[in-house]
Design a binder for this molecule. Structure first.
Ligand SMILES: [Mg+2]
Ligand SMILES: [Zn+2]
Length: 204
């Protein structure tokens, strides 16, 4: 029987430690630097017509470390750096929230709207579900690539067939994702091979 393809494959990429250098609560534009091989890998996906969406937790907003406008600014900078290499992202999704029990709020009423339980903070699935919906993605043919277990947990919660965990030096993972990889670029390589083999690990 012919397989029904419900949608197209999408690559869902974490930001910090995946596409750009990991700087905890990055709050200076000049600290944004693409990791090696990232621009080339995204350019390859662009050429193949496979959408790439950024999905990132930015609780620094809720913590009062930087305003939400900085997240947008940093994403403009990221897009600029990618454009210099002929690469682009098809979606940028972020969660600015933090559950109220996380850290004491600075008692700043401006932050109270960010201090809440939400479904978009990874490992919640909402950012990924939104990206898949916007881009016409089929979760069974899509992959999450990230450097934290919660990235992959979010992908699993959203029904993504594949999850590749970037393991840096001295980093460990409690999960058993489809694959451990050394970089985003290596993850993309594996994903393209997965698509080549049929691209769906789910029974249709
Ligand atoms: Mg990360
Ligand atoms: Zn959220």
């Amino acid at each position: 029987m012919k397989k029904m393809k419900k949608g197209r494959p999408v690559v869902l990429a974490d930001r910090d430690g995946t596409l750009i250098r990991d700087v905890p609560y990055l709050s200076r534009i000049e600290d944004i630097a693409l990791l090696p091989g990232v621009a080339e890998a995204i350019r390859d996906l662009n050429r193949l017509g496979i959408p790439v969406a950024l999905v990132t937790n930015q609780s620094g907003v809720a913590r009062g470390y930087f305003p939400e406008s900085f997240v947008l600014e940093s994403h403009s900078r990221l897009m600029e750096l990618l454009a210099e290499e002929g690469a682009t992202l098809q979606g940028l999704y972020y969660c600015p929230h933090l559950p109220p029990e996380g850290e004491p709020s600075e008692a700043d009423p401006a932050l109270s709207r960010y201090r809440r339980v939400c479904g978009c903070r990874k490992p919640g699935p909402d950012l990924i579900l939104r990206a898949l919906a916007d881009l016409g993605g089929d979760p069974a043919r899509s992959v999450v690539i990230g450097d934290a277990d919660r990235d992959l947990e979010a992908g699993e919660a959203a029904g993504c067939a594949q999850g590749y965990r970037i393991l840096g030096e001295g980093r460990e993972s409690a999960l058993h994702p489809s694959l451990h990889v050394a970089s985003f670029a290596e993850g993309v390589e594996h994903f393209l091979a997965f698509l080549e083999k049929g691209g769906s690990s789910r029974e249709d």
